[in-house]
Structure formats: structure tokens, C-alpha cells
Design a protein around this ligand. Structure first.
Ligand code: SF4
Length: 95
């Protein structure tokens, strides 16, 4: 649980959570995780171990789809309307 106003403790809690999630990855997932930027790793791990919300799982899939590069622009401007996740993707431009 995050503690308000204690960034060092929050950092340690987040690190412990990441370490716990990482232990739940299988070998293939671990290989994939090793190539993901740290800022995007937690949502990926939560999704693959079944602990993400549907919204987080969609975000993880879209991040993966664009190769974890320039995520908000690429996902927000995704034109693949045949993708079943397209209407639910994050970073959509405001209408
Ligand atoms: S909505 Fe676009 S970015 Fe997201 S998974 Fe589908 S094709 Fe990829």
C-alpha cells in the first residue's frame, strides 16, 4: 500500500510489488519483460499474471503492439480500425 508523503517508502513498496509480480512470470514472459522499458513494465506484468483491470490489460496490449516506443502518439493515432481493441485503446485524442 502506498503511503502519502513518503516517497522512499512508496518507491520500496512499488519495487517489492514489481519483484513479486516478476516472480510470477514464466520463461517466455520473462524474456519479453526484459525488453520492456521499466516505466511500462508493471502494467505488462500485471496483465500477463492476470492481476490487471481490463483497461490496464488493453493498455499493455497497445503498448506492446507499438513496441513500447512513442506510446501515447502511436496508440492514440492508431488507425487499425479492424483491431477489436481500437475503440478501447488509451491515449485517444479528445473528440
Ligand atoms: S488498438 Fe491499435 S495499438 Fe492497440 S492493439 Fe489494436 S492495433 Fe495495436
Amino acid at each position: 500500500m502506498l503511503v502519502r508523503g513518503n516517497s522512499e517508502e512508496n518507491r520500496l513498496v512499488a519495487q517489492r510489488s514489481r519483484d513479486d509480480a516478476r516472480k510470477s512470470l514464466d520463461a517466455k514472459q520473462e524474456i519479453i519483460a526484459s525488453g520492456i522499458p521499466s516505466r511500462n513494465l508493471m502494467v505488462f506484468m500485471k496483465a500477463v499474471i492476470g492481476e490487471a483491470t481490463p483497461r490496464q490489460a488493453i493498455k499493455a496490449k497497445c503498448q506492446s503492439c507499438v513496441g513500447w516506443e512513442n506510446i501515447s502518439d502511436q496508440v492514440g493515432n492508431c488507425e487499425n480500425t479492424e483491431c477489436p481493441l481500437h475503440p478501447y485503446r488509451p491515449y485517444k485524442p479528445k473528440a
